[in-house]
Design a protein around this ligand. Structure first.
Ligand code: SF4
Ligand code: SF4
Length: 146
C-alpha cells in the first residue's frame, strides 16, 4: 500500500470515528474537472448548472444528488482552486472526489476541517473522462450531514 493510500484510508477512518456532523449548507462536495466529458463545451467548472444533463458523464447524476441532499457541490479546476474552496469560512466539512494524489494533498490543505475522500475511477486513464462512484459519494455525504 502506498503512503498516499495509507493517508487516505487512515483519514477516512478517523473522520468516520469522530462522527462529527454538520448542517447541509456547511458541507462542501468538491469535484475534479476531469469528471466532465472532455468534449463537452459547457462551463461546469464555473457553474455546475451549466450542465445540459445529456448523461454522457456523471455530472448529470451529481446534480440530481446535489438536489436530493441539499448540499453544496463545486467543481475545481485544480488543486489550488480546490484548496481555496475548502478554506471558505462557512465550509465546515468536505466530501472530496479526486485521484489519490489530489485527495492526499487536499486532506492536508483542508486540515483541520474533516474531509471524507472518495477516489474517482479512471477507465480512460488519469485526467480525462473519469467517473465518480455515486453510491460511495452519497454514503460519504450521509456520514457527515445532520
Ligand atoms: S452530462 Fe452532458 S452536458 Fe453535462 S457535463 Fe456531462 S457531457 Fe456535459
Ligand atoms: S485525475 Fe487527478 S490530477 Fe487529473 S484532473 Fe482528475 S483529480 Fe486532477
Amino acid at each position: 500500500m502506498t503512503l498516499r493510500k495509507i493517508l487516505i484510508a487512515s483519514n477516512n477512518w478517523l473522520v468516520q470515528q469522530a462522527r462529527r456532523r454538520v448542517r447541509p449548507e456547511h458541507l462542501l462536495v468538491l469535484l475534479p474537472r476531469c469528471l466532465q466529458r472532455a468534449d463537452c463545451a459547457q462551463a461546469v467548472v464555473e457553474d455546475l448548472d451549466a450542465c445540459q444533463q445529456c448523461g454522457r458523464c456523471d455530472v448529470a447524476a451529481l446534480l440530481r444528488l446535489r438536489d436530493e441532499t441539499g448540499v453544496r457541490f463545486r467543481m475545481a479546476g485544480g488543486g489550488r482552486a480546490a484548496a481555496a474552496l475548502t478554506r471558505q469560512p462557512d465550509v465546515r466539512a468536505i466530501v472530496a472526489c479526486a485521484c489519490e494524489k489530489e485527495l492526499a494533498e487536499g486532506i492536508l490543505a483542508a486540515f483541520p476541517k474533516p474531509v471524507l475522500a472518495v477516489r474517482n475511477e479512471t477507465p480512460e486513464g488519469f485526467c480525462r473522462n473519469t467517473r465518480v462512484p455515486i453510491a460511495r459519494l452519497r454514503e460519504a455525504i450521509c456520514a457527515l450531514v445532520m
